[in-house]
Design a protein around this ligand. Structure first.
Ligand code: TTP
Ligand code: MG
Length: 242
């Protein structure tokens, strides 16, 4: 049966190999298809560690991460990758062209698919202004494009793959506020019934999320909508005010 993309953490505890204490402690939540789940928390709180468990970059020591009720530990990384699209906090481009980087997740994508993804990712103008457009060269690590352009290309790459689960790890931080807003609006139109999980530094990016999880020192200390959390969660209020 085709994946729906329901993501579930059940009592997940995780520590890096060799570390003394876990970075995530008994984390449980559900991220539903068609909804946006945002994760906020101070630097070092464990946000990246948390979402990296979904595509199995690491496996938890205790508890389980499930997609559509199936433990990801029973799937290969390739199987998980066909369902989950991760835009990592340090977006990475390969040496090649803009097109080859965007097609990384789906070789069969047409040029129209690539332009559509670039439109949503707010990268269309920048690629159109390149001498060779989609065929413009990218150097190893993407050092010949700016941080914000690299971020947009990596967002576009995730969109081209059309996963059931989108994971954006602080992917909008290098964008100015108005580009960020345009991108998220366009994103909302194309992600449709997929599951979207957004880690955000800028709370203004996620105030309209269906569910916000507040992570502090590896523990979920609050969950709710923006309005609910402003009302009753001190950690969230501190993040909003910072
Ligand atoms: P992160 O999960 O990277 O914390 P974060 O994503 O919330 O922080 P930021 O907002 O700055 O992106 O780190 C949590 C702890 O885990 C921190 O003490 C560093 C440690 N860590 C490792 O030891 N190895 C790793 O690969 C990562 C990603 C984190
Ligand atoms: Mg992080």
């Amino acid at each position: 049966t085709p994946a729906v993309g329901l993501v579930e953490f059940r009592n997940v505890t995780f520590g890096y190999p060799g570390a003394e204490r876990p970075v995530l402690d008994n984390v449980s939540f559900t991220a539903e298809p068609g909804k946006t789940t945002a994760i906020v928390g101070s630097t070092g709180a464990g946000k990246t560690s948390l979402i990296n468990l979904i595509p199995r970059l690491y496996d938890p020591q205790q508890g389980e991460v499930l997609i559509d009720g199936v433990p990801v530990s029973s799937l290969t990384r390739a199987q998980v990758s066909s369902v989950v699209g991760l835009v990592s906090q340090k977006p990475y481009l390969f040496s090649g062209t803009i097109a080859s980087n965007l097609r990384f997740g789906r070789a069969s994508a047409t040029d129209d698919d690539l332009w559509e993804a670039l439109r949503v990712a707010q990268g269309e103008d920048f690629v159109r202004n390149k001498a060779k457009g989609l065929d413009d060269p990218i150097s190893q690590g993407g050092t010949n494009v700016s941080g914000g352009q690299r971020q947009r290309l990596c967002i576009a790459r995730a969109l081209v793959a059309k996963p059931r689960v989108y994971l954006f790890d602080d992917s909008f931080s290098a964008l100015d506020v108005s580009t960020d807003a345009r991108l998220r609006e366009a994103l909302g139109e194309v992600t449709g019934d997929a599951t979207v999980i957004i880690v955000a530094q800028r709370v203004s990016s996620i105030t309209d999320a269906d569910q916000i999880l507040v992570v502090d020192d590896g523990v979920i200390v609050g969950r709710g909508t923006h309005e609910e959390l402003v009302e009753r969660n001190e950690t969230y209020r501190q993040i909003v005010e910072s």
